[in-house]
Design a protein around this ligand. Sequence first.
Ligand code: ADP
Ligand code: ASP
Ligand code: MG
Length: 411
Amino acid sequence: MSLVVMKFGGTSVADTDKIKNVAAKAAAKKLQGHDVVVVASAMAGVTDKLIGYLKAITPNYDLREYDQMVSTGETANVPLVVQALKQAGLSSESFTGMQAGIETDNKYSKARITKINAERIKKALSSGKICVVAGFQGYCPETGDITTLGRGGSDTTAVAIAAALKADVCEIYTDVDGVYTADPRIVRNAKKMDVISHEEMLELSSLGAKVLVSRCIELGMNYNVNIMVLSSLEDKPGTLVTSQTEAIMEEMVVSGVTSDKNQAKIALRNLPDRPGIAAELFTKLAEANVNVDMIIQNFGSNGKADITFTVSNTEFSLGKDVCKKLYDGISGVKMEFDENIAKVSIVGVGMKSHSGVAATMFKNLSDNNINIMMISTSEIKVSCIINEKFNELAVRVLHDAFLGNEDDVGK
Ligand code: ADP
Ligand code: ASP
Ligand code: MG
């Protein structure tokens, strides 16, 4: 007998009919003889709606209260799945993150799981129950508070539980039937992958492919969890995300194109060019809990230096405040802030052994009059910051250049 974790995202549990469909899938799995843990998200749109209420009261809401509130979307959904399972004649019980033993650190709104005390779930499974766990939430033992794991965090809950229970597979059911070479909503002729390595999927997710949240792939990689991305609506083969793919994947130079519009750029010009300037800036940003993504430092003229960096849109205003506090009124220093940017990236382990990939990327962007503002590379990816208005065009052009067929692109 095997143990399967089945995670259903917001669109898959968006109304009571869809919840009945989820229950039918979980019931079928149980009747095949597997132990089953279901992880469910909030109904589609509910988390955004709850955040909207908070923002309507103040844009500077308290993150403890944010967690307390947004976790309710998932909390309210799991009893519905349990009731639907009971209607189908199965034994089932719902669990909040806390009841499932999911311990986190104290970083409200982006907490990391530190430990899972899985005894209660194990006991329920051994008594034949289908356990239905609220995704996206945990609790911090130090404060006794509910925490959330960052947007899209139900994927993280699912893989973490799969790791803790040593499940045979973690199935992620969503509104697409697998991982594609680009977001199929942007590139119509994107191709579904049968298999992708954890390493490449981690890059694709951290660079914007929202089909899986990057933290869940890190866990999958560290605890060797096979993740299967599947459609919750159609019975089709999905995409396996695993560590056992090196041989297959190395044949591909570029395996995916992705983009991220949740980016903002801060450029600081004419900073004094002396040791400690970058250390001071990035320490202050870290103290304010601002995660910095790309960084470019360049020496200017007359003992001055320029630093440009990117942050997520959600942390943009915090980042701006840090810079203004440091540099407002300092003679000659100029600050530029730009929210209308996107990061477009190509990913592929084959890049390790192929030259000219970055050049092809830059040429294709320039042929389409897309200006590159910043570039960053690693062994298996190249990313460019561009104007947000060219985001979708850039993804199509690059997919066409590396993976596609010109005639189909963007149709
Ligand atoms: P869920 O609510 O089930 O967690 P998400 O909206 O978080 O679902 O993720 C699914 C979405 O991810 C798809 O609808 C698709 O538009 C998007 N997506 C982005 N990049 C990719 C990709 N490379 N392959 C498949 N889907 C992708
Ligand atoms: N409901 C949360 C969100 O919308 C978590 C999730 O769906 O994974 O971000
Ligand atoms: Mg998601």
